[in-house]
Design a protein around this ligand. Structure first.
Ligand SMILES: [Zn+2]
Length: 389
């Protein structure tokens, strides 16, 4: 059998054509889920699927699927999302969908037996711009009967960060998605007149909160070089220039590739709170607002993805995703893995989002070869017993 090869021109042309739906003058894309542009893009995708001689369908959530006519599961499902953030880029999500279409087209044209066991998807509303939360289509699929036909899922995506470029990688096997913990830190002091109270008699909650925040960067690096921390919200009460803050509150978000690191970071944050609040006569408390556990992808899927990547003339690495993806909810239900190509300058959710064409093509070639192996690994045996739904 002749080696399967991605049609580079067709792939790049389709990526460009999809970017015209909601396309902006600055090269970016406005295609928020549910907008006229999003719906038109989904219709276009269904047409492209049909033009390839494949069967297109849309479920009641709005997920668009493509497969060979008359094929039945179990399928290796692959794809991503076609909605964007406002003023987003042309590759986030869209790349993985067109990649899936191109891979299935190549299998189908070559009469490859794996074509009958590959299904492609464009998920509904991954970004959650209007609806909040996001990951709507993939979460709905996991709750539907359709998922019973899915034996494995793989998502190809741009990295959306600078880690691959920094390491000189052109292809990466994504081993999981970082866990995300959010905490509210509340510091209580004593409100008083900002002018008449001498500096040595203040119980300033604002000062203590600022000191804690100021130390959090080093604290995170001390826990682990792979850990990230952010404080994006901070409030002083009562919030007046002539009143010493009686209370200060901020929200911090911690992301790390293991749950152990998240626990250790929370422990160190608590210690930081005590260290700064105590001597100032303040009280600082920590409350966890939300917890998204670490996602670990399936080791069998990752082994297949790894082998497919190693066959490419690429520098291949292994890393965690610091952004959420549809592969997250999918991995709770079916064996799942992801592949990344680099994002130039680490820029994403921006019109400046870019990946060199050659790397886009190489990523799809790796996906194509992986699909053949995933079909062999996952579609020729009955679904594992005790599979969660
Ligand atoms: Zn995305």
């Amino acid at each position: 059998m002749t080696p399967l090869k991605v049609n580079q021109d067709r792939l790049l042309k389709d990526i460009a054509e999809l970017a015209s739906f909601g396309g902006r003058e600055d090269g970016g894309v406005d295609r928020v889920a549910g907008s006229a542009e999003d719906l038109a893009a989904r219709e276009w995708l269904a047409r492209r699927i049909q033009e390839a001689g494949l069967e297109a369908s849309t479920d009641k959530t709005g997920n668009v699927f493509g497969r060979q006519e008359d094929s039945s599961g179990p399928f290796v499902l692959t794809g991503s999302h076609t909605d964007t953030v406002p003023a987003g880029g042309r590759l986030d999500g869209a790349y993985g969908v067109i990649a899936a279409l191109e891979a299935l087209r190549v299998l189908h044209e070559n009469g490859h037996p794996a074509a009958a066991a590959v299904e492609i998807v464009s998920f509904w509303d991954e970004e959650g711009v209007a609806s909040g939360g996001g990951l709507h289509g993939s979460t709905a699929l996991c709750d539907s009967d359709h998922i019973l036909d899915v034996a494995a899922f793989v998502e190809l995506h741009i990295e959306q960060g600078p880690r691959m470029e920094r390491k000189g990688l052109s292809l990466a096997v994504v081993e999981g998605i970082v866990g995300i913990d959010r905490y509210t830190v509340t510091v209580r002091g004593e409100a008083n007149h900002a002018g008449t109270t001498p500096m040595d008699l203040r119980t300033d909650a604002g000062r203590v909160a600022a000191r804690i925040v100021g130390d959090m960067h080093e604290m995170a690096l001390g826990v682990d070089r792979e850990m990230v921390v952010n404080v994006g919200v901070m409030e002083f009460h009562p919030g007046s220039p002539n009143v010493i803050p009686g209370e200060a509150q901020f929200v911090t978000e911690l992301r790390a590739p293991t749950d152990e690191l998240l626990v250790e970071a929370a422990r160190q944050l608590e210690a930081l709170c005590e260290r700064h609040a105590g001597p100032e006569g303040c009280l600082a408390t920590l409350e966890r607002r939300s917890h998204k556990p670490v996602v670990e992808f399936d080791s069998d899927v990752l082994a297949v993805l790894s082998a497919a990547c190693d066959r490419q003339p690429a520098r291949v690495g292994h890393l965690s995703s610091y952004a959420g993806h549809d592969a997250g909810p999918m991995s709770a239900v079916v064996p799942t893995g992801m592949l990344f190509v680099p994002s130039s300058g680490g820029i994403s959710h921006s019109p400046a989002e870019c990946t060199p064409d050659a790397l886009l093509v190489q990523g799809v070639q790796a996906l194509l070869e992986a699909l053949v192996d995933l079909e062999r690994t996952f579609c020729r045996r009955p679904p594992a017993s005790g599979r969660r739904r």
